[in-house]
Design a protein around this ligand. Structure first.
Ligand SMILES: Cc1ncc(COP(=O)(O)O)c(C=O)c1O
Length: 394
């Protein structure tokens, strides 16, 4: 096994070296070794990709579709994304110039951050949030500004945004996750309208990560900042969550052509183009699979109600989760703000894995995230174990 030559000790990229590994993944790995543990730690659908989508990929492989696709994605897929955005959100995007297909929403985030951020630029990140944003922003040399939303039920209000901009001086951009990972909160049309006003008045670029947009429950509806500020919002989404396609790695970006020019260039630099048969599967999902997310939504909503009721019964408090597949719950009083201690004890003593809230940034202390993208049997058993654990504490 080769070891790096001693003289090359300082050869690594400094920004990458300074970034720590994902705490969420590290915690998940740590608790994975506990025999019999039920893990509600990772945001990964337990459902399978629908058969008609899988078949489209198989057919595509057998038809020898194995050459470089266009760098912004197959024309038919960009058209399918454009039609989807029109029918779901009444948005108009030109498939030729305003849409790019990426390797998952993560690839989309990299394409976007690298295309708009310069070293020293400030970008507002409402927290608690999916923590990978911090790493991807820092790689560009830009500065993430955390804005703790815990006092407002995990919603960034327009007044709060204005206050932060006034305090911070020049800010270039904001990224908004809606529906939210980890809190499951969903922005109302009015809240997005008000935020859009402030974004416009202060001449910011916005990025809306809408990867959970299909997964909203009850009377809640998903809206998009692009409905209010299409000339300055970059919309990111993909098929990972709603179609149970996390491993396929298919995302997309829609925005004004002047910005998309750079984003498409960046996508080409990073990956050339997305795998052909994955794109064929995505065309099938978007053109013929509109029922699939509805089916998934029913399953998740049932689990959400079950977990929420059970946790509230034993004293957990939470701002009502309305979307995605997470519950972000305040830990029992005995643990004060020490969500890490609580999550460790729950894992090692009760054999249930949940993620400490502090790993999602400011405002997450004192909370844990539970993913209900797990089977009902697992959820029933984990609730039984959590209940025993908490009742023994009392
Ligand atoms: C808010 C958010 N954005 C993006 C992603 C990444 O999505 P993908 O698997 O399509 O890269 C995740 C995954 O957990 C997420 O929670």
């Amino acid at each position: 096994m080769p070891h790096l030559a001693l003289e090359l000790n300082n050869c690594l990229n400094k920004r990458v070296s300074e970034l720590g590994p994902s705490k969420i993944r590290a915690f998940d790995q740590k608790v994975s070794s506990i025999p019999g543990i039920i893990k509600l730690t990772i945001g990964e659908p337990d459902l399978n990709t629908p058969d008609h989508i899988k078949q489209a990929a198989v057919d595509d492989i057998l038809a020898n579709d194995s050459h470089y696709a266009p760098q912004s994605g197959k024309t038919e897929l960009r058209q399918a994304v454009s039609s989807y955005l029109k029918r779901s959100l009444d948005l108009e995007y030109d498939p030729d110039k305003e849409i790019c297909i990426s390797v998952g929403a993560t690839g989309a985030l990299n394409d976007v951050f690298m295309s708009i951020l310069n070293p020293g630029d400030k970008i507002i990140v409402p927290t608690p949030v999916w923590a990978l944003y911090f790493q991807l922003i820092k790689i560009t040399g830009a500065i993430p500004i955390q804005v703790d939303t815990s006092k407002d039920g995990f919603i960034l209000t327009s007044q709060h945004l204005q206050r932060v901009i006034d305090e911070q001086g020049p800010v270039k951009a904001i990224i908004l996750t809606d529906p939210s990972n980890p809190t499951g909160r969903v922005y109302s049309k009015q809240q997005l309208h008000d935020l859009a006003q402030v974004i416009k008045e202060n001449n910011l670029i916005s990025i809306s990560d809408e990867i959970y947009g299909e997964l909203v429950y009850g009377s809640n509806k998903h809206h998009s900042l692009s409905q209010f500020i299409p000339d300055r919002n970059i919309l990111i989404s993909g098929l990972s969550k709603a179609y149970a396609m996390t491993g396929w790695r298919l995302g997309y970006i829609a925005g004004p052509s002047e910005i998309m020019k750079n984003i498409i260039k960046m996508n080409a630099f990073l990956v050339t183009s997305v795998t052909d048969n994955v794109q064929a599967a995505a065309i099938e999902a978007l053109n013929n699979g509109s029922n699939d997310p509805l089916e998934a939504r029913k399953v998740y909503e049932d689990r959400l109600q079950f977990m929420k009721a059970g946790l509230e019964k034993i004293g957990f408090e939470m701002s009502t989760p309305q979307g995605a597949f997470y519950i972000f719950a305040k830990i029992p009083d005995q643990f004060g703000n020490d969500d890490e201690k609580f999550a460790n004890e729950l894992a090692f003593h009760a054999r249930v894995g949940v993620t400490p809230g502090r790993y999602f940034g400011e405002g997450g202390q004192g909370y844990v995230r539970l993913s209900y993208a797990s089977s009902k049997e697992n959820l029933k058993e984990s609730l039984r174990r959590i209940t025993n654990f908490v009742e023994n504490l009392n």
